[in-house]
Design a protein around this ligand. Structure first.
Ligand code: HSE
Length: 308
């Protein structure tokens, strides 16, 4: 085999109280990564569809490939072609998806059959390079799909639960100027200590999300998406957050949160038509604040798949 192409979906991490642990794959957005053996001993990257660096040391796919080659004593060169479908810097797991697809493609191309924790560890080398911290939530969801929980352990593991059939997500992306190294910045504002009462309430809310997925009940999991620890801090950096939140609930959303490190905002719905209306109202709320926005309605996506 000379070449493997893999599709990896974007993701929304945290879901409120599940900071750095919970994420869902987003069916509507994905990257496709093709890894091919090269005649040289260099790693060469070619990006289509977005302004992402092609220097392998600055590109998450390049970082993952270098880590893989180091770990497995591989000296052959690689050509990596990345078709970006997920806009970077919007909290939609863009770097996580490219990292996950590259890790998965390398494992298949070299017949390594890496297990789940090993794939997560490998892909998170890309997140370390991009966010300064190897958070595993996005890569776990992009690799394995569904609602995904990264458990630090020991032992390290990923638990996935398939989504309810009636779960629809409205995702609004405010087109605000994004500071460079967006996630890195969003992590620099995290609280250094946690109020005990808030921790108790967050634990109850996170449990409700897990129970909602297990009972396949969009209402319960939506109710759990209330975070008293990180979201109050990060929401201050998202202009229009409060009015978009109000608009989403008035239009019928069952839950609302920041997608990953933001600035995209995610609402949970239990019917496609409701999600379409919720998205429309979220975008008009951004408009009323003088902020233009993009957005989409998505189902929960599947994990990485080989496309050829
Ligand atoms: N859990 C990470 C964060 C996700 O919120 O910083 C980044 O996409």
């Amino acid at each position: 085999m000379q070449s493997v192409s893999v599709r990896a979906h974007g993701s929304s991490a945290n879901l409120g109280p599940g900071f750095d642990c919970f994420a869902i794959a987003l069916d509507a957005v994905y990257d496709e990564v093709t890894v091919s053996l090269a005649d040289t001993n260099e790693i060469e990257i070619n990006v289509i569809g977005d302004n992402v660096p092609e220097d392998p040391r600055k590109n998450v796919a390049g970082v993952v490939a270098m880590e893989f080659s180091r770990n497995h004593g591989i000296t052959t060169g690689l050509k990596i072609r990345i078709a970006k479908g997920i806009k970077p810097g919007y909290g939609l797991g863009s770097s996580g998806a490219s990292s996950a697809a590259t890790a998965f493609a390398l494992s298949v191309l070299f017949g390594k059959n890496l297990d789940r924790p090993a794939l997560v560890e490998l892909a998170s080398a890309g997140e370390l390079a991009s966010a300064g911290v190897a958070h595993r939530d996005n890569v776990a969801a992009s690799l394995f799909g569904g609602f995904s929980m990264w458990i630090e352990g020991p032992p390290k593991r990923v638990i996935n639960i398939p989504p309810p059939d009636d779960l629809y997500l409205a995702v609004a992306m405010p087109l605000i100027e994004i500071p460079t190294m967006k996630t890195m910045y969003a992590r620099s504002v995290l609280p250094q200590s946690v109020d005990f009462e808030k921790h108790v309430r967050n634990t109850a809310n996170a449990s409700e999300i897990v129970v909602g997925f297990m009972l396949r009940d969009a209402r319960i999991l939506g109710e759990g998406m209330r975070d008293e620890i990180v979201e109050p801090v990060r929401s201050k950096f998202i202009p229009g957050y409060a009015s978009v939140r109000r608009a989403a609930f008035s239009a019928g959303a069952l839950g609302f949160t920041i997608s990953g490190a933001g600035p995209s905002l995610l609402a949970v719905c239990d019917q496609r038509q409701v999600a379409v209306s919720v998205l429309k109202e979220m975008k008009s709320a951004f408009d009323s604040e003088g902020i233009s926005s993009d957005g989409f309605v998505s189902r929960v996506g599947s994990g990485c798949s080989v496309i050829h």
